[in-house]
Design a protein around this ligand. Structure first.
Ligand code: PGA
Length: 218
């Protein structure tokens, strides 16, 4: 396969610092030429940043959210410049943020603007090919809500059709699929023309399963 693959693991609100250390000790994957981004909780970004620098791993880091505001009087928020010290990537627009935190297009646009100002690269999640995709995002992830964490992935053919439309209408060059991706089904997705990679959630939590998923995609 000659296309450059992109895999982004999304840990969501999982793992303490000590659990993260165990994961990192056990993760010894050959990433081949795949770009692999691990989107971890804010609390463990400094640990991963320092550990990956020492090990010279090609694994890249991402945050899962960013404040729509720059720094200042926004209690509890983590802004884009604070993320940039540790991670080059950020996930924006995940359906769990839209559903549980009421994030809609206007605030997501603000988040994209702040992330771009700080020089973060953006993985922007949408749930269908009608969703608004702000300008300047680097990767678009198609994640149908019904496929997330359910064990019922979309069909590779439908995901390919949706990503073909999204990539054509937005001009975003990298399109990935997320929703119940495992080491068993990853190959059938990345074999599709318009699918440049995947966004596993549950399957990134176990280092062995994540390694198997990367190997299966290679
Ligand atoms: P899942 O999650 O792989 O556990 O279905 C995907 C995601 O929400 O990013």
């Amino acid at each position: 396969m000659n296309k450059k693959l992109f895999i982004a693991g999304n840990w969501k609100s999982n793992k303490t610092l000590s659990e993260s250390k165990v994961w990192m000790d056990q993760f010894h994957s050959d990433l081949g030429s795949i770009t692999v981004v691990l989107c971890v909780p804010f609390t463990v970004l400094p640990y991963f940043h320092d550990t990956l620098a020492v090990s010279q791993s090609r694994l890249q880091l991402g945050a899962q959210n960013v404040s729509p505001f720059a720094g200042g009087a926004y209690t509890g928020e983590i802004n884009a410049s604070q993320i940039k010290e540790f991670a080059p990537w950020v996930l924006i627009g995940h359906s769990e943020r839209r559903k549980n935190f009421g994030e809609a297009d206007a605030v997501l646009q603000q988040k994209v603007d702040r992330a771009r100002e700080a020089g973060l690269q953006i993985i922007y999640c949408v749930q269908d090919d009608k969703s608004v995709v702000p300008k300047g995002v680097h990767v678009v992830a198609y994640e149908p809500v019904w496929a997330i964490g359910t064990g019922k992935a979309d069909s590779p053919e439908n995901a390919n059709a949706v990503l073909t439309t999204i990539k054509k209408t937005t001009g975003v060059p990298i399109g990935i699929y997320g929703g119940s991706i495992t080491h068993e089904n990853v190959k059938s997705f990345v074999a599709m023309d318009a699918i440049d990679g995947v966004l596993p959630g549950g399957a990134s939590l176990d280092p062995g399963k994540f390694q198997a998923l990367i190997s299966a995609a290679l």
